[in-house]
Design a protein around this ligand. Sequence first.
Ligand SMILES: Cc1cc2nc3c(=O)[nH]c(=O)nc-3n(C[C@H](O)[C@H](O)[C@H](O)COP(=O)(O)OP(=O)(O)OC[C@H]3O[C@@H](n4cnc5c(N)ncnc54)[C@H](O)[C@@H]3O)c2cc1C
Length: 370
Amino acid sequence: MQQQKRDPMDAGNGRGGQKELEEKVLRTGLCTGCGACINICPYQTIHHDRTVTLHSCDLAQGRCYACCPQTPADLDDLRQKLYPETEGTPELGTIKGFFITRTADEGLRRNAQHGGTVTTLMTLALREGLIDAAVLTDEGEELLPRSMTITDPEIAAKMGKSRFVVSPTVAEFNRICRGDAAKIGIVATPCQAVALAKMRNWGEDASSRPHLRKVENGIEKLHLVVGLFCGWALSWQKLAALLKEKTDLSQVTGMDIPPSRYHTLEVYTHGETIRVSLDDVTPCVRESCHFCGDMTAEFSDLSVGSARLPEGWEMARSWNQVIVRTKRGMDLLELARRRGVLEFREPSAENLEKLKAASLGKKKAAANRL
Ligand SMILES: Cc1cc2nc3c(=O)[nH]c(=O)nc-3n(C[C@H](O)[C@H](O)[C@H](O)COP(=O)(O)OP(=O)(O)OC[C@H]3O[C@@H](n4cnc5c(N)ncnc54)[C@H](O)[C@@H]3O)c2cc1C
């Protein structure tokens, strides 16, 4: 039987244009602010952490809709296509390897969120020429993240720490795809990794996805996706309003969410740690995050989160858990081991089981809300 040729705009089973994007995503509060629909056409832009439509578009099918992480798609089908060589797990997606790591560089560790694994890997990838540009996130005014393209490994090494408001990294990726960079690496939250996976899946013909245009030697521009584990992101407006009651925002140097039993968001300023109850933080969670079932960035080359260790949180917070999903991810991690830039600890059998349980919890909560 002859197979019907796949429609390159149909990333799974979703079809639509800007009108459907507006109806199903932007007006329903489901927009994640990932930036996938920005910089691929002039009609959408980002204002603070919100996606804004500048002009109406009457195309029946558009890339903005096809690549939005919130439009319908058969994610199992996408997974099988993009990760054909490894069987997926229902809780965590594809797993080629599971590791506990941290950077070997003490200076970098001080400037990192947890073990500095993400910064170490992105810096190494730039230094070794595995990528020639990295899309990373910095902090702008009043805790609003800024997505930036970095080509200098020395600068990338200084760009650690998590910003708990969405950073439109996919918009920045779309922007630099039009430039000279041939191999681009990106640090992405789970929704952003889904958007990038949908882009990868756009038909076989590179001309149907110009921002991913293959360079002469056949290497795709989207070259490395380092995913972040993510419980939720916060609305910028609500977070800023909440923290303004407690401190001067310009004094905030970082934040973290310790394990759930602490029920706290820690906010670090020059000189003190402010502990904010999750009862006050939960109302600031972005609406779209309540419907997200991906805790570990399943559509990345490797994904990184905070570790859990028998010695307790004070020790664990300077280590990471890493799930490797692709050969490219494994090659990078093994290169980091050979170069001595990452330290490794043996994970206990419990580590993976606990992670699976937490991830399943997020999937169930999202499914119940749907
Ligand atoms: C919104 C959010 C929620 C998270 N929730 C969890 C969680 O529930 N459980 C868990 O284990 N881990 C969570 N993480 C991941 C965790 O905070 C660390 O990023 C991760 O453990 C890697 O630590 P690291 O020391 O290797 O990172 P670092 O070496 O410090 O590097 C951090 C990297 O993250 C990038 N980055 C910072 N903010 C953003 C952003 N908003 N969007 C995209 N990229 C960004 C930076 O560019 C940098 O490359 C979350 C991260 C974010 C951004």
